[in-house]
Design a protein around this ligand. Structure first.
Ligand code: SF4
Length: 405
């Protein structure tokens, strides 16, 4: 292992305004947070073998706060790692095959994969090829990522990625720039080369100035300006039984390491696959008594059970940017949703409440139906894209304004 960066070089305390770090934490380059270091692991193919996940759980308890986050990029984060314990943590993780050769390679390996990949399929082949060719990528803004979404139809379109490999309605592989409706068809052996070429064009055409592909309005090069729309999206993995095992939801994408280890051991799972949807797939597990540990039933999935989706970032005290706790309020809102006490939206409309500890709004990168944003120790409340209409509320006042019946 080489090129690790001491965390004291990698972050700084908060000030009053939301601090935009402009990068994602890694294991070799962790980030300082309110409760210690955040150490993020990027599992290859979004899969952790049984020994790896049990080792991570043990490390989270021994070196961190015993909490594990599942991120919206299908990565795992250990929270609350003391700076003095960081190198010992790396020594634990390295034999598990969880570290990259350098912090630079780690930062480039921002690759989402359709989590229901099968051994030897196009998803696996393309993701492995991209990993092997990471060094061919230009220097990219830190948040730039790739989606290998080459199943029968895309399932990662709402997940954060800038350059995508998908299939069109005829099953042809296409390479598509995020934010553009269509992509260009590619032969299977040329897909990764086209992805790298598109990333190179992004840099050469000034993309780093805006940071993300969806915000880059420069005309695509002629070779990339295809007219092949991706096939209609297929649904994300639903909680419950799955042909590969059992899917469970982690509320707010967080779980106690001991509880996760217990579920892996009790289920006999051979591996855990990570998704960008706060859900994990216990590979090889069968529905059984163990599943009550993580409750895959729909009543723990607010969207499936009520039509509402409640998102909340880490908030105070976990994030130094936050002036308010977020998850207690989000749990209260979930209870309202389950009782049918939140206002109705139009039929079929996506209804999302986003509780954010500050204006950075990390937990949900899309437009929400209701936005609750922390500011100076209180919450501002707003609907959709409009500026907040109620300012400086406490949690009880938020509940009072949203509860019906
Ligand atoms: S949105 Fe939440 S997690 Fe993100 S910086 Fe603000 S308080 Fe922290």
């Amino acid at each position: 292992m080489s090129c690790v960066q001491h965390p004291s070089q990698a972050g700084s305390p908060a000030n009053d305004a939301p601090r935009i770090h402009g990068r994602c934490p890694g294991a070799l380059r962790p980030m300082i947070s309110g409760d210690g270091l955040i150490v993020r692991l990027r599992p290859r193919l979004a899969r952790l073998a049984r020994a790896q996940i049990l080792g991570i759980c043990e490390a989270a308890e021994r070196f961190g706060a015993g909490l594990i986050d599942l991120t919206s990029r299908a990565n795992l984060q250990l929270r609350g790692v003391a700076e003095s314990a960081w190198r010992a943590l790396l020594d634990k993780l390295e034999p598990l095959g969880l570290l990259d050769d350098s912090a630079e390679l780690e930062a480039r390996r921002n690759i989402l994969i359709a989590p229901d990949w099968m051994p030897g399929d196009d998803n696996v082949r393309l993701a492995n090829e991209l990993v092997e060719r990471l060094a061919e990528l230009p220097a990219l803004p830190a948040k730039i990522g790739f989606a290998i979404d080459a199943g029968p139809a895309p399932c990662l379109q709402h997940a954060a990625a800038d350059f995508r490999i998908e299939r069109d309605t005829h099953g042809t592989l296409i390479v598509r720039a995020d934010g553009r409706p269509c992509g260009v068809p590619v032969a299977a052996g040329q897909a990764v080369s086209a992805l790298i070429a598109l990333a190179t064009w992004f840099v050469d055409s000034g993309g780093p100035a805006v940071g993300r592909m969806a915000r880059h309005r420069a005309p695509l090069p002629a070779w990339a300006g295809g007219e092949h729309a991706p096939a209609p999206a297929r649904p994300m993995l639903a909680p419950g039984a799955h042909p590969l095992g059992v899917v469970c939801t982690l509320p707010f994408g967080q779980i106690a390491a001991a509880r996760l280890a217990q579920a892996v051991s009790a289920s006999g799972a051979q591996a855990v696959r990570l998704t960008p949807w706060r859900r994990v797939l216990f590979e090889g597990a069968a529905m059984g008594a163990w599943s009550t540990l993580l409750a895959p039933q729909a009543d723990h999935d607010p969207l499936a059970a009520t039509g509402w989706q409640i998102e909340a970032c880490a908030g105070a005290p976990h994030c130094p940017q936050a002036s308010v706790p977020t998850r207690p309020l989000a749990l209260q809102l979930m209870a309202l949703a389950r009782r049918g006490s939140l206002p109705a939206a139009g039929a079929g409309a996506l209804r999302v409440i986003h509780v954010s500890g500050c204006a950075k709004r990390c937990a949900y990168p899309h437009a929400a139906t209701i936005n609750i944003v922390g500011r100076a120790g209180a919450f501002d409340l707003g609907w959709q894209d409009a500026p907040p209409s109620c300012l400086g509320l406490d949690a009880n006042e938020i509940i009072a304004r949203l509860e019906i019946g």
